[in-house]
Write a protein of this length. Structure first.
Length: 411
């Protein structure tokens, strides 16, 4: 790479900062300088379609004046107070979240982002139940802090595997396209997965499990759709053993799937729900752990053992309030459902045209193409847990997408 042609901004970023999930040598990042709606612009004026809303979080698009003005106004009044104080944005956002959340989820502990939300949800479940084990899917991602990464099954955690947080138990997803049980239908895959989950609970002692954490809809692990009725049946199974359900809506929440929260597709109210990303559409870092009154009341007479310096940051909360107002004004949730139908129709035509597309999985505007070398064998173009030497085809496709003026998310 000829570093002489790089802008000062890019060169400084390469020389003095580290980039997530990348080998650092040879990087040539987009030098982003401006965003407007669904578009990003680099320092050379090139326009990119932001096809995945960055990390599936800029749900209202770039440059929304309402949110920017709310941030500016709050900065002029009150920039920061410690989380033991109340503020108007904190109260407003907490109230609004209680209004839009599934069922009786009514109280929120605010964090800085999704990983912290899941980290604190795990602490909360363990504290409330007095149990230690957490169950989750192998093909899942819940963040990059230690407990969140240990709970997830994403292979990026393998570099730290020898120091993983203990008592995390993983089971197979009901992943019909690659069903680990050789099922002949989605219904059969769901039934066999549920059977294996209960068997695992029994082997591991169900009374030792605090919670099962799952994504409202699978995201970076492959947008794996739950078979009809699966989540409801899983919830019933967990209730049988007194195990809490933690619903990770960090990526799938705030309209992304055509419902405000993806769990609403399954007619289930979780015990705990984690949120971030679309909560502020990325304009400022903010996340949260929502819970039922029964869980919140556990701490009426004893200390809540959760705390963060920037919990309920007033400027971030002000951004969240304005962001949710934009959702209402622009009907973004129903828009995602409508646009999802258009995307599905287009994807069907793509499937007929391109033999490399093995599967298309989507709900609203959270979906993915799974690319394969051979449709019959389903051999993936890039293996799960690929070594960097196996990533060349994917990197080549990414480079072409960028050349053509698009940014999108690839795993």
């Amino acid at each position: 790479m000829n570093t002489a042609v790089l802008s000062e901004s890019v060169q400084n970023s390469l020389d003095y900062t580290l980039f997530s999930w990348s080998k650092q040598k040879g990087l040539n990042p987009i030098d982003a300088v401006r965003g407007e709606g669904v578009y990003l612009y680099d320092s050379n004026g090139k326009k990119y379609i932001d096809f995945s809303s960055q990390l599936i979080n800029v749900n209202i698009g770039h440059g929304n004046r309402k949110v920017i003005e709310a941030i500016t106004s709050q900065l002029q009044q009150l920039q920061f107070v410690y989380p033991g104080m109340s503020t108007d944005p904190r109260g407003q956002l907490g109230k609004r979240l209680a209004e839009i959340a599934p069922g009786n989820l009514s109280k929120t502990f605010f964090t800085l982002g999704g990983a912290e939300a899941n980290e604190n949800a795990i602490k909360l479940a363990r504290t409330v139940t007095g149990r230690s084990k957490i169950m989750s899917f192998y093909r899942s991602y819940h963040g990059a802090t230690y407990a969140a990464m240990s709970a997830g099954g994403d292979p990026r955690k393998f570099a730290m595997d020898n120091a993983a947080v203990p008592n995390m138990i993983h089971v197979h997803n009901p992943y019909y396209y690659r069903c680990p049980y050789g099922s002949s239908s989605e219904k059969e895959c769901a039934e066999r997965t549920l059977h294996q989950i209960e068997e695992t609970l029994k082997y591991e002692n169900p009374e030792s499990f605090a919670a099962f954490i799952l994504e409202g809809q699978s995201g970076s692990s492959g947008c794996i759709l739950y078979p009809q009725g699966f989540v409801k049946a899983l919830h019933t199974l967990l209730q049988k053993y007194g195990i809490l359900l933690i619903d990770d809506e960090v990526m799938s929440g705030f309209g992304r799937t055509g419902k405000m929260f993806a769990i609403e597709h399954h007619d289930v109210v979780p015990d705990i729900m984690t949120i971030a990303k679309g909560l502020t559409s990325g304009y400022l870092p903010l996340g949260g752990v929502m819970m039922t009154p029964q869980i919140a009341e556990h701490f009426n007479d004893q200390m809540l053992p959760l705390g963060l310096t920037y919990s309920a940051h007033p400027v971030a909360c002000a951004a969240g309030v304005a962001n949710l107002e934009v959702f209402d004004e622009l009907n973004l949730v129903s828009n995602a459902a409508e646009k999802g139908n258009i995307v599905d129709a287009f994807a069907a035509r793509m499937f007929e045209k391109h033999q490399s597309i093995g599967d298309w999985r989507n709900q609203g505007l959270l979906g993915c193409f799974e690319l394969v070398k051979n449709r019959d064998s389903k051999e993936p173009i890039t293996p799960w847990n690929a070594h960097p030497s196996q990533m060349e085809p994917t990197q080549r496709m990414l480079a072409k997408v960028r050349e053509l003026g698009m940014f999108t998310f690839v795993r």
